[in-house]
Design a protein around this ligand. Structure first.
Ligand SMILES: Cc1cc2nc3c(=O)[nH]c(=O)nc-3n(C[C@H](O)[C@H](O)[C@H](O)COP(=O)(O)O)c2cc1C
Length: 375
């Protein structure tokens, strides 16, 4: 049997194989962030299709952190009911569900402007800055009180996820959202204990972890998707990203997923890389994961352009990662893993055209644009 079909434990959670659906905002919630039935059906399809661990889309712990309409929220106890339904659907087929807890920081600016709130970030970049504006709308600066409130809201969100019967939480610490903004020396210009040295820039993640741990107890899996390098010269360097991975592991995070940090000017070249035509284009963050491996004791999850069964098998067999995660291929083919398990090891049909991402940005559900065309 392939190593990809061996189970693995993350804290007390046993995942039946090494395949995760990497966090995917499917744009299918209602305006108030409640789970809709079509999403429960999607979780059922993914689980029935053989995915071992489904990581939800970015789920807002505060309304002020939301970046797009139709994202999930976990801002009230009423939001638990929908999460329970999604988890039950996945559990019927043996899959586990992790909810990705999220705050967009400055990236919530555009959505906030349309919904009457002002987004806030660790600090404000000036209009003369050569990289300005990454953040396209107005935003303010977080006070220490705001930061403490956000940390408490992450804790409340995590507690609700556990009470809803989901299996784990994952912090979204990548792609230039709030945790990434704190970590980035370019975006975080604070001079108090939340900015400056690497230790200070890590503080927001670590304090959030501690609060979540208090709320969920020692045996509930708490994971993070970590952006270990920003995609522009003045941003977070890999050396600091890798050291952060080690610190978070030491602090007690139960698994780390490796991805990129703040994007800078274009997302088609970073986590949503296009033009993945052959095996050599795949697994574009594998080297980061390999370098981080010796620094981290807990399981490593690798996402980013994974398309071929044989390559994923080599990655896990070489211990460059313990779990392989996919997003776009499972939008195209939710049953891909079972097809592979049954012996048809043909590469994913996803051509990484990013029409799924485009749909999301335009306020539609993230479906495969190629399938819409009947391809
Ligand atoms: C439609 C769509 C929505 C996504 N939403 C999220 C999200 O909510 N949180 C997150 O961490 N990553 C999100 N991602 C990024 C994926 O988790 C993944 O890191 C990236 O797409 C690379 O993997 P892939 O080549 O398998 O698609 C999303 C990707 C897509 C295509």
């Amino acid at each position: 049997m392939s190593v990809l079909f061996e189970p693995i434990k993350i804290n007390r959670m046993e995942v039946c194989n090494r395949f995760a659906r990497s966090a995917t905002n499917d744009g299918g919630a209602d305006e108030d962030g409640f789970v809709r039935d079509r999403q429960v059906t999607l979780y059922e399809e993914l689980a029935a299709g053989g995915v071992g661990l489904i990581v939800s889309g970015a789920t807002n712990v505060q309304k002020q952190g939301q970046i797009l309409p139709y994202q999930w929220r976990i801002t009230s106890d009423e939001h638990c009911r929908g999460l329970s339904k999604a988890a039950e659907a996945a559990h019927r087929h043996g899959a586990k569900v992790a909810v990705q807890l999220f705050h967009g920081g400055a990236e919530a600016g555009t959505y906030g402007a349309s919904r009457g709130f002002t987004a806030k970030a660790p600090s404000r970049l000036s209009g003369d800055d050569p990289f300005f504006p990454f953040f396209k709308s107005e935003y303010g600066v977080l006070t220490s009180g705001d930061i403490e409130e956000i940390i408490r809201d992450f804790g409340k969100g995590a507690r609700r996820v556990r009470e809803a019967g989901c299996d784990a939480v994952q912090l979204h610490g990548a792609h230039g959202y709030l945790f990434s903004q704190f970590l980035s020396p370019y975006i975080n210009r604070r001079t108090d204990e939340w900015g400056g040295s690497l230790e200070n820039r890590q503080r927001f993640i670590l304090e959030t972890y501690r609060e979540i741990r208090l709320q969920v107890g020692p045996d509930f899996p708490v994971m993070i998707k970590l952006g270990v390098q920003d995609s522009f010269e003045a941003g977070l360097k890999f050396d600091e990203g890798a050291r952060t991975a080690g610190s978070l592991d030491d602090a007690g995070f139960d698994a780390l997923e490796i991805s990129s940090g703040a994007r800078g000017p274009g997302w088609n070249k970073t986590e949503f890389k296009t033009g993945i035509r052959e095996t050599a284009d795949e697994a574009y963050y594998r080297l980061w994961s390999r370098e981080i491996r010796p620094l981290v004791k807990s399981p490593l999850i690798l996402a980013g352009g994974l398309r071929s069964f044989e390559l994923m098998e080599k990655i896990v067999a070489a211990s460059d990662a313990d779990i392989v995660a996919m997003s776009r291929p499972l939008i195209r083919q939710p049953g891909l893993i079972n097809r592979w398990r049954q012996g048809d090891r043909t590469r994913s049909e996803c051509i990484s055209c990013n029409q799924c991402v485009q749909a999301l940005v335009e306020g539609r559900m993230a479906l495969c644009g190629q399938l819409d065309k009947g391809a």
